[in-house]
Ligand binder design. Structure first.
Ligand SMILES: Nc1ncnc2c1ncn2[C@@H]1O[C@H](COP(=O)(O)OP(=O)(O)OP(=O)(O)O)[C@@H](O)[C@H]1O
Ligand SMILES: [Mg+2]
Length: 265
């Protein structure tokens, strides 16, 4: 049961216009079987936090570790899914999913079988040979998920993975993410701008405030587990507890954004 820990991390970018303090004193842990969601206004450091966890960035202070071992760069234990899935459009769905396995030296027959299995798990069993450019946004995002899962990571790190989808597709994908979470037991860190999505897809939720980004609120949330236990998505999202928490979060984000608005003048 590995745990990905962020311990008192700060990050300051060096830019031409001087230092940008993107994160200050952020602590967070993602254990297997948990979905931790980060929510916060644009520019509050969410992607920076994910970049640190993925090993794309190094902290200016503090530490990022997996079971106590410092993260020194990207690794196959931590797979990343972005909004723009960065698939190779000229390759088939299967070849895209198999690509990461090829990089790891997995034999062709084995990668083909693994890729088909993963595509089936994301509901694309019949589409293995389709080229990416023939697929809809929702289908592409499923391929991106399958590719991330194919390398059998311990953690999935997702930066607004469903942000570009229409509402209906988005809700279907939310359910897919929860089902994959349940069957795989992985630890998931997910960034979203949608309060509703954050509530539905989390076991824990952190709210960040900007400049520098820090965690201002932490919540334990039970809605993802209720979905897994069989409660319908529509019932959950209409539940008075869900709606009350959504309003709380909305007020908290507004309160933080108000300070930001003064800056802009
Ligand atoms: N490479 C960089 N160099 C300098 N500043 C940067 C760099 N990347 C991000 N920043 C700044 O750091 C802060 C946090 O950026 P980050 O992308 O982590 O925010 P975010 O919460 O993901 O925003 P969004 O919701 O818009 O994606 C912002 O003020 C941003 O302008
Ligand atoms: Mg971002």
């Amino acid at each position: 049961m590995p745990t990905l820990s962020v311990d008192r991390v700060s990050l300051t970018y060096r830019s031409k216009r001087g230092p940008v303090a993107a994160l200050a004193d952020v602590s967070l842990a993602v254990a297997s079987g948990e979905i931790v969601v980060a929510l916060g206004a644009s520019g509050c450091g969410k992607s920076t936090l994910l970049g640190l966890m993925a090993g794309f960035l190094k902290p200016s202070g503090g530490a990022v570790t997996v079971d106590g071992v410092p993260v020194s760069g990207p690794g196959t234990d931590r797979a990343v899914v972005f909004q723009d899935d960065a698939l190779m459009p000229w390759l088939s769905a299967e070849d895209n999913v198999a690509f990461g396995l090829q990089m790891r030296g997995v034999a062709q027959a084995e990668r083909r079988a693994a890729a088909r299995d993963m595509l089936a798990q994301v509901g694309l069993a019949g589409c293995a040979s389709h080229a990416i450019h023939e697929m809809s946004g929702g289908m592409r995002q499923r391929v991106g998920l399958a590719r991330a899962l194919a390398v059998k990571p311990d953690f999935l790190l997702m930066d607004e993975p469903l942000g570009a989808l229409d509402e209906l597709t988005r809700e279907r994908m939310q359910m897919l993410v929860l089902n994959l979470w349940q069957t795989s037991g992985k630890g998931i860190f997910l960034i979203t701008h949608s309060i509703e999505e954050a509530l539905f897809l989390s076991t824990r939720l952190v709210l960040l405030s900007p400049r520098p980004g820090r965690i201002v609120q932490r919540y334990d949330t039970g809605f993802a587990r209720r979905f897994i236990a069989g409660e319908p998505v529509r019932t959950i999202k209409a539940d008075p507890d869900f709606l009350a928490m959504r309003d709380d979060l909305s007020s908290a984000i507004l309160a933080n954004a108000a300070e930001d608005a003064i800056d802009v003048g």
